[in-house]
Ligand binder design. Structure first.
Ligand SMILES: Nc1ncnc2c1ncn2[C@@H]1O[C@H](COP(=O)(O)OP(=O)(O)OP(=O)(O)O)[C@@H](O)[C@H]1O
Ligand SMILES: [Mg+2]
Length: 299
């Protein structure tokens, strides 16, 4: 099926910015991620009280043998990281002030092996080699050395590094793109069902960023996980997202949920197509509207 045909079959095709209906759990399976009326107020009851997100509800279905990439777009301070870190069960974002967060049918009570997180700043242990970083989680799980090193080398190759040349390097010997590949390998080697990515490619140059987008799509197909991906780039949100959540601010909330065609061609090819530009322009205009509303007097 052509991309256009696939798009037109969707009930909520790009070209429409109507909020998409929330999917029922697929095959009777519990949703991958579900927010039910979640509000987060930081420093509640103090003079520094701040409502980060208010009454946020959304559902990301758990598609059998596939998973989905959901991208989150929105102005700075609208609560994107708050949402993601709540899914990870990380304090102080977790627990919510009101409402509940569910992952794979269970209420989140803290961090867990079913969720893995990749941050913007290529977090790695400076005193560990690439292999040491990639195998760290396996080591924590008590996986024997031979097995974890074999798996680690396999993942080093999968993310496009050279196991022979790069495995013994330390993080300071790597470029930003290489360090982010290590961070991705370190997360995916643990086979999380939910992968949480907070602006992971934000600091990369444009060409490396496109390579990383292609890498993510390829790996995501292999691991069949659900990905929640925060970005400030509208192009990245449209290319990677099976659905895009647009967030607004004051208070932080979901303003729209939009379906996208799945990424089925390399980023460089897709991102010059007319439908792609049209969708990017629409989302851009919507974001500008949200930002203008937030900066009006009285807000
Ligand atoms: N630990 C905290 N204590 C107090 N307020 C916080 C804390 N973390 C975030 N906030 C506030 O909550 C709101 C949402 O923050 P959050 O970091 O989730 O936004 P964001 O959408 O990720 O922004 P950005 O795009 O700049 O990363 C902001 O107003 C922020 O100042
Ligand atoms: Mg953030």
């Amino acid at each position: 099926m052509t991309r256009e045909a696939a798009r037109d079959q969707r009930p909520d095709a790009p070209g429409s910015l109507r909020p998409a209906p929330v999917d029922p759990p697929s095959d009777g399976r519990p949703a991958a991620v579900e927010f039910r009326g979640v509000t987060k107020i930081y420093n509640e009851g103090t003079p520094r009280e701040a409502v980060a997100i208010q009454d946020v509800s959304f559902t990301i279905p758990d598609l059998p043998d596939k998973g989905e990439i959901s991208t989150f777009l929105g102005p700075s301070g609208c609560g994107k990281s708050t949402v993601l870190r709540m899914v990870a069960g990380l304090e102080p974002q977790f627990p919510p002030t009101r409402g509940s967060v569910h992952v794979l049918g269970r209420e989140v009570v803290g961090p867990g092996a079913d969720r893995g997180m990749v941050f913007q700043d290529y977090t790695s242990f400076d005193n560990r080699t690439v292999l040491g970083n990639v195998t760290f989680g396996l080591e924590c799980r008590g996986v024997p050395k031979r097995r974890r090193e074999a798996e680690g080398r396999e993942w080093i190759a999968r993310v496009g590094l050279d196991p022979r040349r790069d495995a013994a390097k330390y993080p300071h010997e790597l470029s930003g793109g290489m360090r982010q590949r290590v961070a991705i390998a370190r997360t995916l080697v643990l086979r999380p069902r939910i992968i949480l990515m907070d602006e992971p490619f934000g600091a990369l140059d444009p060409a490396t960023r496109l390579d990383m987008q292609d890498l993510l799509v390829r790996l995501w197909r292999e691991v069949e996980a659900t990905v929640m991906f925060i970005t400030h780039s509208v192009e990245e949100a449209v290319y990677l997202g099976d659905r895009v959540f647009v967030m607004a601010t004051t208070p932080g909330r979901i303003a729209a949920e939009i379906r996208m065609p799945a990424a089925d061609a390399p980023a460089r090819e897709t991102q010059v197509e007319p439908w792609f530009h049209e969708q990017v322009n629409r989302l851009q205009a919507q974001l500008e509207g949200i930002e203008a509303a937030a900066s009006r007097p009285g807000k």
